[in-house]
Design a protein around this ligand. Structure first.
Ligand code: NAD
Ligand code: ZN
Length: 344
């Protein structure tokens, strides 16, 4: 079968022929129907060898949707032909976090060598993929695969990030979304669908700001040094109750620090890793800062339910598997609006 692999540190991904996998005991084989392209893939492919926590070659794709095409011994709960979304942040299934469905925070995944598909285990950018356990599959129940694929990360991650701040997102509150890309344009919709907040989106690209407005942002502005003053102006001087940073570089965490209200939340989702100084007098009083990772199994079910209700619609551009290397280049150059989805 064909697969898109990252083969060597510093090289571009390539389409290769690999053996079609066979499901072992407990495993499910999926015929992939859609795979989303995430900026984290670009992040991972920019890491030096000593930072890469897994071996190469790696089949990419951690946003996967497919049709059940084979069941390993002992698998119950899904049947062949069923359309399912893959919950990506696989954990051990038994630690205290996994027991609550928070496999993204599994305490034993590292020690047991459990890695998400596309981020260590073979991913969804292939004709077939293996899923280690049936509990990582969520029935699509009528959702379009190209819609559902981005929701497994670009939807789930902002959903989880927003949920932590729910008590602050009351009527009259303000939420700022920095970076209206794959995750950000879904964050805007999740905020509109689940909170009473006024939503301000920031980006450096006009097409991304246009998309943010089209999907429900009340205000949009350029992400530059004038942005904090604009946010203060739009909030009567108070600042934003919640700032979600989907970039995480020095200029954006600075905007977050300068825009947040007293007792507000700053949530850094982008993985660029720029530091944000926290301490008395460094931020408005009682600001809480978090850098979450992905989301829980239950939250993915909630996100798919939200999409089925019509409240969430990923803006997607679809491509064939053979085009994937060029699509990564376009994505890297900022030429994708919304999410690129590969249809093998
Ligand atoms: P994307 O490329 O689709 O979107 C990023 C957006 O940020 C683009 O619209 C881009 O124009 C905009 N941008 C770039 N520089 C900016 C700036 N200075 N100010 C404002 N906007 C700016 O990327 P994505 O797939 O949505 O991922 C966003 C980030 O989230 C990446 O860092 C990714 O690695 C990370 N991520 C984190 C998690 C997690 O669990 N924490 C999960 C998925 C993705
Ligand atoms: Zn991702």
């Amino acid at each position: 079968m064909k697969a898109v692999q990252y083969q060597q540190v510093g090289s571009s991904p390539v389409v290769v022929e690999v053996p079609k996998p066979e499901p072992g005991p407990g495993q499910v084989l999926l015929k992939v129907t859609a795979a989303g392209m995430c900026h984290s893939d670009i992040g991972v492919m920019s890491w030096p060898a000593d930072k890469l926590p897994f071996e190469l070659p790696l089949t990419l794709g951690h946003e996967g949707v497919g049709t059940v095409a084979g069941l390993g011994a002992g698998v119950r709960g899904v049947s062949e032909g069923e359309s399912v979304a893959v919950y990506g942040p696989w954990g051990c299934g038994v630690c205290r976090n996994c027991a609550q469905g928070k496999e993204n925070y599994c305490t034993r995944a590292g020690e047991l060598g459990i890695r998400p598909p596309g981020l260590g285990a073979p991913g969804a950018m292939a004709e077939y993929m293996l899923v280690d356990d049936v509990r990582h599959l969520i029935p699509l129940d009528g959702l379009d695969p190209t819609q559902a694929a981005p929701l497994t990360d670009a939807g789930l991650t902002p959903y989880h990030a927003i949920k932590r701040s729910m008590p602050k997102l009351v009527g009259g509150s303000t939420a700022v979304v920095i970076g209206a890309g794959g995750l950000g344009h879904l964050a805007v919709q999740i905020l509109r669908a689940t909170t009473g907040a006024r939503v301000i989106a920031l980006d450096v690209a006009d097409d991304k700001l246009e998309l943010a407005r089209a999907v429900g942002a009340h205000d949009v502005a350029r992400s530059d040094e004038a942005a904090p003053a604009r946010i203060r102006q739009l909030t009567g001087g108070l600042g934003a109750d919640v700032v979600l940073d989907f970039v995480g570089i020095a200029p954006t965490v600075k905007i977050a620090a300068q825009s947040v209200a007293i007792e507000g939340d700053i949530t850094i989702v982008g993985i660029a890793g720029a530091p944000l100084p926290v301490g008395f007098g460094l931020l408005p009083h009682e600001v809480s800062v978090a850098a979450p990772y992905w989301g829980s199994r239950a939250e993915l079910i909630e996100v798919l339910d939200l999409a089925r209700s019509g409240a969430l619609r990923a803006h997607v551009e679809t491509f064939g598997l053979d085009e994937t290397p060029q699509v990564y280049e376009r994505f890297h150059a900022g030429e994708i609006t919304g999410r690129a989805v590969i249809v093998p």
